[in-house]
Ligand binder design. Structure first.
Ligand SMILES: *Cc1c(COP(=O)(O)O)cnc(C)c1O
Length: 371
């Protein structure tokens, strides 16, 4: 699905030298590499504050802690996402309120958000799923009307651009009160281990999040907040600095592969290629197709595997149908779009090193096997 080995070989010299530097400095935690990466990411995203942390799940948790939400407060998010988004809501004793996905973009359904606002609603977490932004203009408008916080789960879309109707362009994750991301190795900006970050333009929130990631302290051994221990280590920061410089090039390579796939499947009536919202570009964390209902997905996956083509299902079970997230609020059948997607989506290999030969092989086999 991803070819991190080839990608590493293309940047090996730089990466190896940077890692060796960190080893020689022995500044493994919060060293100069972390500071430098933080500054460079702030510059890239055009955001006032980047707060590095241990992983993307921690980032979401720290964001909700910084907003001061209390048990019983409701947080609206999508049922069609990776579990981390809802997990942190539940973990903090807040109530996840799940809504359906948009059938074309797979991001959070705007009507679903509107219809689920109560006097307990405190925040919305849109997920920029698979690499394109959710409809942030509509979400910010709802949030302003109802005085809600917005935390963007940007784990899959770092580098994407959002265009507002007045022409303003912002980087994904810098629009809501807080944006979060993950540097998990297979993410678009992936480290060689775990990592994550929070973004905000709000000085006060930034201050609070910097304390929370470090045991709630500003002055050593004086704890003003209940915090956590969540750090990005210097070796990861050193790798991320190199890969950040290549991020736009990597996004372009992903788009090249996506365009190749789109063209090859354009006249295949059994395959629906990804649709992109008019307000966003796409960095293709995943290239996800919707198969016609007549196609047996398991069989197709098996046949692809026999031909050495990996394919994955993101995600096979929407959160409202997961054991851990069952609720009296909803039952099977309530979110038809997500339930349909869960049954019929399939993701093809997507990474920065796909070449024409591989793309030709994959698309020819896919077209043959879906006849
Ligand atoms: C990967 C991911 C996360 C969690 O990131 P980790 O670094 O693995 O903790 C959260 N949300 C989404 C949408 C993700 O894809």
């Amino acid at each position: 699905m991803v070819d991190l080995v080839s990608q590493y070989h293309n940047i090996k010299k730089e990466v190896d030298a940077s890692i060796m530097n960190v080893l020689e400095s022995a500044a493994f935690i919060n060293g100069p590499e972390v500071k430098a990466f933080q500054k460079e990411l702030e510059e890239y995203l055009q955001v006032k504050h980047v707060i590095p942390c241990g992983n993307g799940t921690d980032a979401l948790q720290i964001a909700l802690m910084a907003l001061g939400l209390k048990p019983g407060d409701e947080v609206i998010t999508t049922t069609f996402t990776f579990v981390a988004t809802a997990e942190v809501i539940a973990l903090l004793g807040l109530t996840p309120v799940l809504v359906d996905a948009d059938p074309d973009t797979f991001t959070i359904d705007i009507e679903g958000v509107k219809n689920n606002i109560t006097d307990k609603t405190k925040a919305i977490i849109p997920v920029h799923l698979f690499g394109q932004c959710a409809n942030m203009e509509a979400i910010m408008q709802i949030a302003n009307e109802h005085n809600l916080y917005v935390v963007e789960d940007n784990a899959q879309a770092i580098g994407a651009n959002y265009t507002f109707s007045d022409g303003t362009v912002k980087k994904s994750g810098t629009i809501g009160n807080i944006g979060t991301t993950s540097f998990f190795p297979s993410k678009n900006l992936g480290a060689y281990g775990d990592g994550g970050a929070l973004f905000t333009n709000d000085d006060e929130l930034a201050d609070k999040m910097r304390m929370i990631v470090n045991h709630g302290m500003k002055v050593r051994y004086y704890h003003d907040e209940i915090g956590v221990n969540s750090r990005l280590d210097s070796i990861q920061a050193a790798v991320l600095r190199i890969k950040l410089r290549k991020l736009d090039e990597y996004s372009a390579a992903r788009n090249y592969a996506a365009n190749y796939y789109n063209q090859a499947f354009a006249s295949n009536p059994k395959i629906k290629t990804p649709a992109i919202g008019t307000y966003t570009d796409h960095v293709f964390h995943q290239y996800t197709l919707v198969l016609d209902e007549s196609i047996n997905r398991d069989e197709l996956r098996e046949k692809l595997a026999e031909n050495d083509i990996p394919a994955m299902i993101y995600y096979p079970v929407p959160l409202h149908m997961q054991k851990a997230y069952k609720s009296e609020r909803y039952s099977e059948g309530d979110f038809p779009v997500s339930e349909h997607l869960a049954k019929h989506v399939i993701s093809l290999p997507m990474h920065t090193e796909l070449d024409d030969e591989q793309l030709a092989y994959i698309t020819a086999k896919m077209n043959e096997l879906t006849q």
